[in-house]
Design a protein around this ligand. Structure first.
Ligand code: ADP
Ligand code: MG
Length: 292
């Protein structure tokens, strides 16, 4: 017997490095006519580095203490930014502080009790900094960094400037996706608008939606689909999981992504390459042309 086209397409997708979870998915992914990309960990490598630590002048803490508290708070988060903070501490020989309580809010950041202090590390959009903190945030974002604010016992003590590299082939993939779907690709991100615009310009995306919480990503996907477009969402984070579930197709980017994204997605890119996304759409279309 010969293998049914959808099954050989699944096998083929596997060879390309994409785990397609069912024959229905293999068939439906070819119907995609718009693609929405997450930013951090999807269009970027997701191995960001802390490029700058700006300890605020009014803070009584030194850089080492700031890193100890921030790394303690981030220790249990699987977010790429959290890993960057922990790595920065490790590189400077600073041990993360002792953590008692920990909560993470997708799209915002983390709160933890570290060395007896309440430490928050996260998006400036939600800690609303003023004065020196706001100034540092604006400067870092202008330089294309993701600014993360460290707040200790309710007082902002530092702003971290985090830098992430574009994935290899990102611009080519965006161009290929545009060609395959005949629609402008979209960027959906929880990060700030300045960093988002800058990256979008580099990869050739014009439709940028920034500062989105997980539920805002869902609303954006619903809006795209209400406009009559079957949307494929690519994302890596816990913050992307609801959008992956809501979309026509949800694809998790890379095994380094969060477990929730991997579980929720219809397909998982196991070979960490963006080019696999248009490849799998094309494979589906070829298989569909054989299915009656
Ligand atoms: P993206 O949609 O680009 O993948 P996220 O939604 O995961 O970004 O995060 C949005 C923003 O929330 C980040 O830019 C950062 O400011 C903040 N954030 C989220 N999680 C963390 C964390 N663990 N540590 C610090 N900041 C975080
Ligand atoms: Mg992400």
């Amino acid at each position: 017997a010969t293998m049914p086209p959808l099954l050989s397409a699944i096998a083929n997708a596997g060879r390309h490095g994409v785990l397609v979870k069912s024959a229905v998915v293999m068939e439906q992914v070819g119907a995609t006519d718009r693609v929405a990309f997450d930013k951090t960990g999807t269009l970027t490598e997701g191995t960001p580095r802390v490029a700058e630590v700006r300890v605020l002048p009014e803070s009584e803490l030194d850089e080492e203490r700031v890193l100890r508290l921030a790394a303690g708070a981030e220790h249990r988060s699987e977010h790429p930014l959290a890993r960057a903070v922990v790595a920065a501490a490790t590189e400077q020989g600073v041990e993360p502080g002792r953590v008692d309580e920990f909560t993470s809010t997708p799209g915002r950041g983390v709160t933890a009790k570290v060395d007896g202090h309440v430490v928050q590390v996260g998006s400036p959009a939600h800690h609303v900094p003023e004065g020196d903190a706001a100034h540092a945030v604006a400067e870092l974002e202008e330089a294309g960094r993701t600014a993360v604010v460290v707040v200790v016992d309710g007082t902002p003590v530092a702003v971290l400037g985090i830098a992430d590299r574009l994935r290899a082939g990102a611009a080519e993939t965006v161009a290929r996706v545009r060609e395959l779907t005949g629609a402008a690709p979209v960027l959906l991100t929880g990060d700030n608008a300045r960093a988002a615009q800058r990256l979008a310009a580099e990869v050739g995306i014009q439709d940028v939606r920034a500062g989105l919480l997980p539920q805002d990503k869902v609303a954006a996907v619903r809006e795209l689909e209400a406009a009559g477009r079957k949307t494929l969402v690519v994302g890596d984070g816990v913050n992307d999981a609801p959008a992956l579930a809501a979309a026509h197709m949800g694809v998790a980017m890379g095994l380094a992504g969060s477990d929730l994204a991997l579980e929720t997605a219809d397909a998982v890119v196991v070979r960490d390459e963006l080019a696999t996304i248009p490849a799998v759409v094309a494979l589906s279309r070829r298989a569909r042309s054989f299915v009656v």
